[in-house]
Design a binder for this molecule. Structure first.
Ligand SMILES: [Zn+2]
Length: 209
């Protein structure tokens, strides 16, 4: 089962800074991955496009949509969604969003059925966001993900969002002294982490010209 969920502003504003070319009004987020795409229990999230619509749908593994969690789930969700937003930049390089699934499946087959960093579409997302995995399922220290490496230094695994703990839940910025998570992201990670464009499907673009 999948349930559409709102992206908290404390996540959204970080992503608007990191990915300024993405139109977030076209992106939908869900708790749960639809069948048959959730067959691999390792899949944390998946980005899909349907039919000829231009909207893009990001599905997260059931139960992992916990933006307020401060024990690591909120932080991992933040990094996982950043990874999926790199896929959104890849989709923006295609003439039609509906080409995404067949193109992705083709790259998946070309890379020998891999969805790790040996697959070039995945590598771009992992290197920018949450990091390549090593053979044992941990993070490869030589490619930890630029966003993970930078935020870990000052956020230490804390989510951008803090929640009131009362009902209805009120979400506020995670603060570091007088600075919000976003202030810190800008000051400590800076423009080098801002990604406006993917390098994927460049041959497709040439064919279009
Ligand atoms: Zn991916």
């Amino acid at each position: 089962m999948t349930t559409e969920v709102p992206l908290p502003d404390c996540f959204l504003e970080c992503y608007q800074y990191l990915y300024p070319t993405i139109d977030f009004s076209r992106i939908h987020f869900y708790d749960g991955i639809p069948e048959p795409f959730g067959w691999n229990a390792q899949t944390a999230a998946i980005t899909l496009t349907w039919g000829y619509g231009s909207d893009i749908h990001i599905y997260t593994k059931a139960g992992t949509w916990r933006p307020c969690d401060q024990k690591g789930y909120g932080y991992e969700l933040f990094l996982t969604l950043a990874h999926e937003l790199v896929h959104v930049l890849q989709i923006m390089n295609l003439p039609y969003p509906s080409e995404w699934i067949p193109r992705y499946v083709w790259r998946f087959i070309e890379s020998g059925g891999k969805s790790d960093c040996s697959n070039d579409l995945e590598r771009e997302a992992y290197v920018h966001a949450n990091g390549c995995r090593d053979g044992a399922g941990g993070i490869d220290p030589s490619r930890p993900g630029e966003l993970r490496a930078c935020t870990m230094r000052w956020a230490g695994g804390q989510s951008p969002c803090m929640c009131s703990g009362s009902t209805p839940e009120v979400m506020k910025w995670q603060m570091f002294g007088n600075d919000t998570f976003l202030d810190m992201l800008k000051a400590e990670c800076g423009p080098s982490l801002v990604m406006e464009k993917s390098s994927a499907f460049e041959s497709t673009r040439i064919m279009q010209n």
